[in-house]
Design a binder for this molecule. Structure first.
Ligand code: FAD
Length: 384
């Protein structure tokens, strides 16, 4: 049995690992000649780490995961502590730690783990056809590939999604812009072992420790789509948006490197169904594109891969196994997308009264409420 996998992101590489575990040959096709991941880092929550372990890539998490042992919210203008707590009870409850990691390193290590020379770079899927004998992918360079089935992990702008659904699905602007990057850890900004967030006015500034003494930082600002900002103005833009904010935030803005800071208008896609058409299945962002507000997009791609592998372990019938994947994932991914959307709205001040109520809740938070939410999300994954 041979699978064609489209995309060498987290989704594509984890799908390859999961199918390989079931003895299925995989050929991975990636559009770009050189991977340049969008976003500086990513937090792989415990459900994602469990999937990486299950897929045989746990060492990557051990090597790249930052020492995120505590979590804190501070008021943005004063840096007054709203809540601070240890994540140890969460880790004990769910049985695995979260791992914030450099995205480029994660991507690179996953490709190396699979075998870089086995990935066909520079192959951009243009169209898909299938019949009772299998699936054919046609690439923009005119070449073709044939397999018994296809796993399309071609990201949020997926071409295969259109094929599976028979229609184009528009991405939805989530209402805020996110700037992100990496800086050397500076404890005058925040403790080195803590996920620290500054919040006020529906804006958010976050630093999270990753390996090699670096903070993954991001700034969220609710803004209209399409503003003419770019790298050359990033420091001034942030200074403007965060005027009057506390000293650690100003220090972070001063520390960032505009050349390596990403500016992303955040989108998601309304949950849809199905994820599968015959012998073609969508996986990762192709199947469920979420805002990053609960840090679960990449984790969900890893979960997809684990479930896909399980479905093929239970059945050698290709269409049956892919239907099993579809049925097992639909509810979970819808739930994650909608949960993230709700979190996005509260965090970013869409209803100022609701956001103010959240700030008030944070001041009374001991950690129990937040960890209970995190634990529900984590334990809702396929590996518990
Ligand atoms: P992608 O990473 O987009 O990979 C798709 C691959 O397919 C790419 O390599 C692309 O080049 C290739 N491709 C595209 N089109 C074609 C084609 N036609 N033919 C061949 N190849 C093609 N998730 C978390 O779990 N935790 C987080 O903390 C987190 N933070 C985030 C922060 C931000 C700012 C953003 C934007 C996202 C965040 N996410 C997070 C979400 C996460 O990045 C995605 O869910 C994840 O990268 C999806 O992986 P993927 O492989 O499905 O898609």
């Amino acid at each position: 049995m041979k699978a064609i996998i489209i995309g060498a992101g987290i989704g594509g590489m984890s799908a390859a690992a999961a199918l390989d575990q079931q003895g299925i040959d995989c050929e991975v096709f990636e559009a770009v000649k050189e991977m340049k991941p969008v976003g500086a880092a990513i937090s792989i929550w415990s459900n994602g780490v469990k999937c990486m372990n299950h897929l045989g890539m746990g060492q990557i998490m051990d090597d790249l995961g930052g020492p995120m042992h505590n979590m804190a919210y501070l008021e943005g203008f004063s840096a007054a502590q709203m809540t601070r707590f240890s994540l140890k009870p969460l880790v004990e409850e769910v049985g695995e730690r979260p791992c914030p990691v450099s995205r480029a390193d994660l991507q690179s290590r996953m490709i190396d783990w699979w075998g870089r020379d086995k990935v066909r770079f520079g192959k951009r899927l243009e169209c898909v056809t299938q019949d009772e004998n299998g699936v054919t992918a046609t690439f923009t360079d005119g070449s073709m590939a044939h397999g018994d089935f296809m796993i399309a992990a071609d990201g949020a702008h997926s071409i295969a999604r259109e094929y599976v659904l028979g229609q184009t699905v528009e991405r939805r602007y989530a209402g805020y812009v996110n700037w992100n990057g990496l800086v050397e850890i500076d404890e005058a900004i925040a403790p080195a072992d803590q996920w620290t967030m500054f919040v006020a006015d529906g804006k958010r500034v976050s630093v999270m420790p990753i390996a090699d003494n670096r903070f993954y930082f991001f700034f969220d600002v609710p803004l209209p789509k399409g503003l003419p900002e770019d790298r050359s103005t990033v420091v001034n833009d942030l200074k403007g948006y965060f005027e009057g904010w506390a000293e650690p935030v100003q220090r972070l803005i001063d520390a960032i490197n505009p050349d390596t800071t990403n500016r992303i208008e955040i989108h998601d896609v309304e949950p849809f169904s199905p994820l599968v058409k015959g012998r073609v299945a969508l996986l990762g962002d192709a199947g469920h594109s979420t805002t990053p507000d609960i840090g679960q997009g990449g984790c969900a791609a890893l979960e997809d891969a684990v479930v896909l592998g399980r479905c093929f372990a239970a059945s050698c019938d290709i269409e049956g196994a892919l239907q099993c994947y579809n049925n097992s994932r639909l509810e979970r991914v819808k739930d994650l997308v909608l949960k993230a959307r709700k979190r996005c709205e509260v965090t970013h001040g869409f209803d100022p009264a609701e956001t103010q109520a959240w700030y008030d809740e944070l001041r009374a938070e001991t950690g129990v409420g937040i960890m209970s939410g995190l634990s529900k999300t984590i334990l809702g994954g396929p590996l518990g």
